[in-house]
Each structure stands twice: as structure tokens, then as C-alpha cells.
Design a protein around this ligand. Structure first.
Ligand SMILES: Cc1ncc(COP(=O)(O)O)c(C=O)c1O
Length: 417
């Protein structure tokens, strides 16, 4: 996939800055601040007169959710938050994470490893994709200082050991399988070891590495804190059966954002459940607590502006769609994203009616049935802002049908949610 030109520019700036000016604080290699912060989407449209979708970034919102999470998990529970880079791999987001105190990153690929290293060279990186290529493992270990690797089968363990030349300083994390839960996005189908294999794997990992962990993922946008309780109980049971001393209990991601119409419990409730369950099991007491939050940290910090190329009755043909940054807003998620219309620098008011969205490609799957409630006076040429797309928005973008181009802008107004 071709890289977003803005991201390429940011990364090259970061690399350039890193080469010529090692940071004074010894922390962030470079923090790239965009040249201008606009008041809101209306000001962006007036200034840029864009012909392609625009991704809006709100650093103040990122700051709020990250500091909230860090104070709850890292300070409150003594845990370590590892930002799940896949949810938004924007170099600015990564740099800001580091500035706000995030010291560890959950990475899924060698490219994510390179990206994080280029922005914050001292970060701890955990390679949390259960299926990795030998080349990626080798480069991660020897070239990028990665020591933490996840696995969910014996073959992957063998691969990690071989690719690292039987390294003696690994932290091996066994990803546990969970039954399909009630999270909005199920992640149980693809990865994870179940007992008795999980027990066997833990024993094997224990003789292969000085640090051993277990991890799980309760599913993304998990509105039920008890899902963490159940998963921690399963983890404790497996660790007890394996009779090992556990170093890491990684409770994964899944912490929800508050999309319209959804009222997940406050983050504090999740923390209470995790703390209570963790304290309950003697076999977990040797373990540090880790988490891999993605969506909950970044969702509110981004929105997308997309233009109505044609209004055909109640159907709107947009210049962004499910092959672009509206993948989640279209087919993948069962919830609604907030929408509003911008015209002449202002939000369009008026009686609302239900619209369906169609993306720009020729594929019939490139459709979002909504209903999206927007003013009935909406016309071809208006711009629609889709909010809460800081997570799994720009990162899902493809160049299918040649529609991959986007612009980026930073805005100062509150999150649109
Ligand atoms: C291994 C892993 N960790 C963390 C995350 C982030 O999850 P979320 O965005 O739900 O917090 C994901 C998402 O797919 C994942 O696969």
C-alpha cells in the first residue's frame, strides 16, 4: 500500500531531525508540529479548498484520553500501557504519546517497529502479532532491540527461538484464546491458545526465556468490564496448571470509546475490575500488569472530512468510503459515528432526514447504510465531518480505484462526538 504523502513527509522530517539534532531531553527524537492549527473544520475547508478527504487531528483530545488512561492504569494500578500502534500509526500521534509518558508500544509488524523507533528511539517495543515472519523477528531482535514477542503455538515459539539464535534475554508472552465475548468487535476467531495447549506452551516458554507472560484480547470496544474478570480468571487457571512463575499479565486492548448512543462504563470501572481480579489469584502476584490500549486512547482525537460528490435522493456519493478511512464507519462496526455538514465555514442546521453513504469506488460493498441523520437541505458539494475516527480510520485507507489521497490538518476545537 502506498503511504499517505503527509505521513511520508512527517517521517522524513522525523528522520531528518533525528539525524541532525539528537534531542536534548534524551527522550523524543523529534516532535513534528504541523505548521498551522486551524480553528475548526470550516476554517480548514476555507484555507485548503481541498479536492480530497481531509483528516483532522486534535492533539488536545489525544492528551486528555492518554493522560486519563495513564493515570488510571499506570499510576493507579502500577501497570504499563503499551500503545497499540495499529489503531493509529500517525508519527505525530506516536510522538505525542511519548511526550505524554507512554513508554511502551505494541507493534504488529516490522514497519511499525521502524516507525516507532524513528520517532522515539528509547521506547520499549513488544511484537504482539502471534504470527510473524522469521525475517521480521530477526530484524526486530537484532536491529531494533525488541525483546518481547507473543506466540500462541509451538511452531511460533520455535520460529522465535531460531530467528533470534536462541537468545537468552527474551520475554515470551503466550496469547490465550478466549471464547467469543460480547465486545462489539470480536477478536477471538483468529489467535490464541486454549488449555491444554496454553499450559504446555507456558511450560515450554518458561524453559526458553527468563521472562514469561500471558496476554489476551477481550475484543475491541468492549463495554463489559466483567470480560476482563473472566479472562484474568482463565489466565490464572492456566498459569496455576503450568506451575510457572509469571512475570507479565497483559490484559490487552478493548477499552471502549463513547460513540453516539453507547454508554460504556467509565474507565475507572474497568480498572477496579482488573485490580480486584488480579489481586484475587496468588499465581498472578509475581506478574507486572501490562495493557495494549488502542481505540480508547485515539478514537476521539481524529475526524474525517469527506465531500458529497453527488446527492441522489437520500443517497450521498462521497469522496471517502469503506476502502478509505470509513472502513469502520461503514461495514465493520455496528454502531453509528457522529456526522455533521459544513457549508461556508459553518455547521449546516435544519430538519434532519436519513441518508445512506456510498464511497467513491466501483464496488457495491463501498456503502454505509446508516441511517446518517443530516439536514435535508444538504447538497452536492457540501462537506460531511465524520467524528471519532482517530482509531482505525486513516490506517485502514487503501488506494483502491485510485482514491487514496488525503490531506491532514490540525484543529483546535473540541472532539466531535
Ligand atoms: C494484539 C492487539 N492488541 C491491542 C489491540 C488494540 O485493541 P483496541 O483498539 O480494542 O484497544 C489490538 C486490536 O486489534 C490487537 O490485535
Amino acid at each position: 500500500m502506498e503511504r499517505n504523502p503527509f505521513l511520508t513527509q512527517v517521517i522524513s522530517q522525523v528522520e531528518h531531525t533525528q539525524r541532525i539534532a539528537p534531542n536534548a531531553s534524551g527522550h523524543v527524537a523529534a516532535f513534528v508540529t504541523p505548521e498551522h492549527t486551524y480553528k475548526n473544520a470550516g476554517a480548514v475547508l476555507a484555507a485548503l479548498q481541498p479536492e480530497v478527504p481531509v483528516h483532522l487531528f486534535r492533539p488536545q483530545e489525544l492528551r486528555q484520553s492518554v493522560t486519563h488512561f495513564l493515570s488510571a492504569f499506570d499510576e493507579g494500578l502500577g501497570g504499563l500501557s503499551m500503545y497499540a500502534v495499529k489503531s493509529n500509526p500517525d508519527a505525530q500521534v506516536i510522538a505525542q504519546m511519548w511526550q505524554l509518558g507512554v513508554r511502551a508500544f505494541d507493534v504488529a509488524s516490522l514497519n511499525e517497529i521502524k516507525l516507532v523507533r524513528s520517532v522515539c528511539p528509547q521506547a520499549m517495543l513488544a511484537f504482539m502479532h502471534p504470527v510473524k515472519s522469521p525475517m521480521a523477528i530477526r530484524a526486530a531482535y537484532f536491529d531494533y532491540g525488541v525483546r518481547t514477542f507473543v506466540l500462541d503455538c509451538v511452531e511460533e515459539l520455535e520460529k522465535i527461538l531460531a530467528a533470534t539464535d536462541n537468545a537468552l534475554d527474551l520475554c515470551l508472552v503466550v496469547r490465550l484464546g478466549l471464547k467469543k465475548g460480547n465486545a462489539k468487535i470480536d477478536l477471538s476467531a483468529k489467535f490464541g491458545a486454549y488449555p491444554p495447549e496454553a499450559v504446555h506452551l507456558l511450560k515450554l516458554a518458561n524453559v526458553s526465556a527468563p521472562e514469561i507472560g500471558v496476554s489476551f484480547h477481550v475484543g475491541s470496544q468492549c463495554e463489559d468490564p466483567q470480560a476482563y474478570a473472566r479472562a484474568i480468571g482463565i489466565a490464572a487457571d492456566i498459569v496455576a496448571q503450568a506451575e510457572i512463575e509469571l512475570d507479565v499479565l497483559d490484559v490487552g486492548g478493548g477499552f471502549p470509546a463513547r460513540y453516539p448512543g453507547m454508554t460504556p462504563p467509565d474507565l475507572g470501572k474497568y480498572m477496579d475490575v482488573i485490580a480486584t481480579e488480579y489481586a484475587k489469584y496468588p499465581v498472578l502476584q509475581t506478574a507486572k500488569l501490562w495493557a495494549e490500549p488502542g481505540r480508547g486512547l485515539v478514537a476521539n482525537s481524529g475526524s474525517v472530512l469527506t465531500r458529497v460528490e453527488l446527492r441522489k435522493g437520500q443517497n450521498l456519493y462521497l469522496n471517502d468510503g469503506t476502502y478509505g478511512s470509513l472502513f469502520d464507519a461503514g461495514s465493520a462496526c455496528e454502531w453509528r459515528f457522529p456526522v455533521r455538514v459544513w457549508r461556508d465555514g459553518k455547521v449546516l442546521k435544519g430538519t434532519k432526514t436519513a441518508f445512506s453513504f456510498y464511497g467513491p469506488t466501483c464496488d457495491s460493498l463501498d456503502a454505509m447504510k446508516g441511517p446518517f441523520m443530516l439536514p435535508d437541505t444538504l447538497q452536492t458539494g457540501d462537506w460531511i465531518e465524520v467524528g471519532q475516527l482517530g482509531a482505525y480510520g486513516r490506517t485502514m485507507r487503501t488506494d483502491f480505484n485510485g482514491f487514496g489521497d488525503v490531506l491532514e490538518a490540525q484543529v483546535a476545537d473540541k472532539a466531535f462526538k
